[in-house]
Write a protein that binds this ligand. Structure first.
Ligand SMILES: *Cc1c(COP(=O)(O)O)cnc(C)c1O
Length: 383
């Protein structure tokens, strides 16, 4: 695909899955039904037998996770300023206040060493994010949660198939939210799931995801909480079943391509590369931070003109208008701000060819040299 436009990501949906979806469409039952139950059983097996409930998005999973954790008005939730805005929006929507803690410059995840100092009597939960599929240190994070009796609602949206010290993300931890959005390592087009601790939480999750409705054998129903509408369709679940069967293969391919990026990317260009983690990460994204003298908009435009898609994941959340209106200010989380200004997501998806990585690296080098004016300056190589 060397001459075609190379997007930064693209889902891999096989013919068997497409045929399976067609079967669901012809079956007469297209909303939540047997495919959802089947997908949930497979997910539960994947997560070591823990109860799992599918949802129409991970945003919904986070909202329900916060509800199960008892987060409400006046509470504080500690999280990262460097994530998709859903991470913080769900806290605001719960009536709580996001308490941002700056990220670590290498992992780009919440700096676990700074978390404890952010705990107050109002803190109810920790909401960590595994940016690009590189897991936050679960050992240290969960120890802080235990010491302060906090719930942990993991925004593991990007870390399907990642692990922490040999244990699968989702198979460990408290409440774990995972996304099946079109760009994620496993997709159902839109969708997500919440891994919970026990049957009672699973039941509560079912209420929160569908209007709080409880149905009885005699046909009557009752409602005890104002649930939302977050159920997954059988159409989506059937896509997920096809994807789950290939997840290991997809993630192995992502690993191989990421390794090739490290082999090919010119380290003298002054970019910050991601952590070279080939044990825990699922390589959801390969992200570089551009040298500060390079204007990201120009880099993206020139890469685009050369047939290569580059994404931005993500600008720092606290600098978005809503969060500035809540009182957050530039300069509060300088590492997240630096990364948020310069981060660029290079193409990485299972159907990519090895040569595509080489093409991206060569074009990035040409573009960066043109934009930075001083190619290969020694002073810029050490960062
Ligand atoms: C994708 C994503 C979400 C939201 O997932 P949806 O399924 O789109 O609702 C939340 N947090 C992070 C870090 C994400 O990457």
């Amino acid at each position: 695909m060397s001459k075609e436009f190379l997007p930064f990501t693209r889902p891999s949906i096989d013919e068997e899955t497409i045929a399976g979806v067609a079967e669901v469409l012809r079956s007469g039952w297209i909303s939540s039904g047997p495919q959802v139950r089947d997908f949930e059983a497979r997910l539960s097996a994947y997560f070591g037998g823990r109860p799992v409930r599918t949802l129409s998005s991970a945003t919904g999973a986070l909202e329900i996770g916060l509800a199960l954790a008892g987060v409400g008005a006046g509470d504080e939730v500690i999280t990262t300023p460097l994530s998709w805005v859903a991470t913080a929006n769900v806290i605001v929507r719960a009536g709580a206040r996001p308490v941002f803690v700056d990220v670590d410059a290498q992992t780009r995840n919440i700096d676990v060493a700074l978390v404890e100092a952010a705990v107050t009597p109002r803190t109810r939960a920790l909401l960590p994010v595994d940016l690009a599929g590189l897991p936050v240190d679960r050992g240290r994070l969960n120890a802080i949660a235990r010491a302060h009796r906090l719930r942990v609602v993991e925004d593991a949206a990007q870390s399907m198939g990642a692990s922490w010290q040999g244990e699968r993300i989702g198979a460990i931890g408290d409440l774990v939210s995972i996304s099946f959005h079109a760009n994620k390592n496993l997709t159902t087009a839109e969708g997500g799931c919440l891994v919970v601790n026990d049957a009672d939480e699973a039941r509560q999750c079912e209420l929160w995801r569908l209007q709080g409705v409880e149905r009885f054998a005699d046909g009557n129903l009752d409602v005890t909480l104002a649930g939302g509408k977050h159920n997954m369709t059988d159409i989506a679940a059937r896509i997920g079943i096809g994807q789950l069967a290939r997840l290991e293969e997809f993630n192995a391919r992502r690993h191989a391509l990421a390794r090739h990026y490290f082999e090919c990317f010119d380290r003298s260009l002054g970019c910050e590369l991601p952590v070279e983690d080939f044990t825990n990460s699922n390589w959801h994204m390969f992200q570089i931070v551009l040298p500060s003298q390079v204007e990201r908009g120009a880099f993206i435009a020139q890469m685009q003109a050369a047939g290569i898609g580059v994404g931005v994941h993500y600008p720092a959340i606290h600098l978005l208008t809503l969060y500035r209106q809540m009182g957050f200010r530039p300069g509060e989380f300088p590492i997240a701000e630096h990364i948020g200004r310069g981060i660029a997501t290079l193409p990485l998806f299972p159907a990519m060819e090895t040569e595509d990585v080489e093409r991206v690296c060569e074009q990035a080098a040409r573009t960066l040299k043109a934009l930075s004016g001083r190619p290969r300056a020694a002073s810029r190589s050490a960062r």
